[in-house]
Design a protein around this ligand. Structure first.
Ligand SMILES: Nc1nc2c(ncn2[C@@H]2O[C@H](COP(=O)(O)OP(=O)(O)O)[C@@H](O)[C@H]2O)c(=O)[nH]1
Ligand SMILES: [Mg+2]
Length: 215
């Protein structure tokens, strides 16, 4: 007997890509910027959203992806912004978000009222990079405490993103890491990457981030 290979992953990904493309076109037509934030847990995604909310106000909303809890969505709601929570657990819990789930969340949003939709993807630098969620911009957040080698170890997250936010730069004086080494490794895996350095703690670099979003 011969072995029949079942191409499940290819089928899943092509179905995912189709919905993602449709979402991108729909939101584009409405003049809405859709950004997907990817990173390791704890790099500062939710904090960045809280601070962004102070500037964009109700023009933005956030779709939160987590295995369990509404903790991040609760923080966003507390910042006065509409939040939508997707939980992929509790049984195992998927480590990424798929475009069909994002589509369901977007169906809940009043698209006449928002100009920016952000997705905070599940915290890890591996699986989210494999799934197109329909965003116009994929952004990867890398905090200075994670080490300068991470772009080299997790290249796909950096290659599928067009902007990298280097976060927690206020901590640089306490670390051995050099920001030039982080930048060099990001550029090695993605020479075209736009890099924004910022600190949510003291506000350094936040203007550059808001300017980037408004452009
Ligand atoms: N020192 C410092 N801490 C930060 C900064 N941004 C976030 N944090 C802290 O890092 C921790 C994780 O942040 P969070 O936004 O929840 O990360 P997420 O898991 O990527 O959403 C929290 O304790 C934040 O207060 C920053 O720019 N500087
Ligand atoms: Mg978070």
């Amino acid at each position: 007997m011969d072995v029949k290979e079942v191409k499940v992953m290819k089928k899943i990904l092509s179905a995912n890509d189709k919905i993602a493309s449709e979402l991108r076109v729909e939101l584009d037509k409405k003049g809405i910027l859709f950004m997907n934030l990817m990173s390791s847990p704890g790099s500062g995604k939710t904090t960045l959203m809280e601070l962004t909310a102070k500037n964009l106000g109700e023009k933005m909303c956030v779709i939160e992806g987590d295995i369990q809890t509404t903790l991040d969505a609760d923080r966003i709601a507390k910042a006065g912004i509409q939040a939508y929570q997707i939980n992929t657990g509790p049984f195992g819990g998927d480590c990424h978000l798929e475009s069909s789930w994002i589509k369901s969340a977007i169906e809940e949003i009043d698209l006449e009222k928002v100009e920016f939709i952000f997705v905070e993807n599940i915290g890890n630098l591996v699986c989210p990079a494999e799934f197109d969620v329909g965003a116009h911009i994929n952004a990867v957040v890398l905090s200075v405490t994670e080490g300068e080698d991470k772009p080299l170890k997790y290249p796909l997250a950096f290659q599928t993103s067009s902007v990298c936010i280097i976060s927690k730069i206020d901590l640089l004086p306490y670390l051995d890491i050099k920001i030039e080494d982080i930048r060099k490794n990001i550029q090695k895996v993605n020479p075209k990457m736009t890099i924004i350095e910022l600190s949510a703690k003291n506000g350094d670099g936040l203007d550059g981030w808001i300017e980037f979003l408004k452009k």
